[in-house]
Design a binder for this molecule. Sequence first.
Ligand code: HPA
Length: 279
Amino acid sequence: MTPEEKLEKCYESFKAKIDFKPDVALILGSGLGALADEIDVKAVLNYDEIEGFPLSTVPGHKGRFVFGYIGEVPVVIMQGRVHYYEGYAMQDVVLPTRLMRKMGAEVLFLTNASGAANPDYSAGDFMLISDQISDFVPSPLIGANFESLGVRFPDMSDIYNKELRSVVRNTAKELGIKLQEGVYIQLTGPNFESPAEVRMCRMLGADAIGMSTACEAIAANHAGMKIVGISCVANLGCGLTDTPLTHKEVIEAADKAAPLFKKLIRASIENIYSEILKK
Ligand code: HPA
């Protein structure tokens, strides 16, 4: 089966079970999954009910799509994503993103937990993603082009949509939530970076480091989605602090930030809908 046929099969599996058209797709990162339990849920689809779907193996990541409403906005939420470091091919890592596009979502709202490369950031900060560096992982577009989704050589000059970013910025201001803005770099993981690697990321122009998101943004941009992303800075990058990093610390930091993060995401999605999508 070609990757495009696999996507088609997953879509058929979804269509056979769920009758829902989302406008916004939301991917929840480490420790942030609880947001999906707080919306007006209309349907749930576990990843293991979808034939051929890549299953997440990370503790703390649930594996399901939740369909429902945030305010009046029809959304599909990925509660748990798959990562390249789990051993999946990049085309599988971005299959869920492409599937949500096929479900009808026009906007992709990406979230993640990250480590700061920018020494001015603090643990618990939120960073609106202005741009990204993805060159340390393979492009998800390598291989035969999905002509049904997009062109062979897609432009990447405005991956994180300017209008959407402006809405999120204004939303944060209204809510009195501090929002950094910067460049996200995706490394493979699963190991955290060495101090020299954090310095390298900084020299390359990155503000936050993580193990997801950029590949999904490339696939979504290829498929013509409008993208916005917020990173929850869970920790300072290695070398910017003396304490060794653990996954537990990342989850705890994300948990702590979650109430405010959820508030920002919900309000941003409602504002994106009323100010951009509905027009
Ligand atoms: N590095 C990479 N990914 C991360 C980090 C980090 O320090 N913290 C949370 N995700």
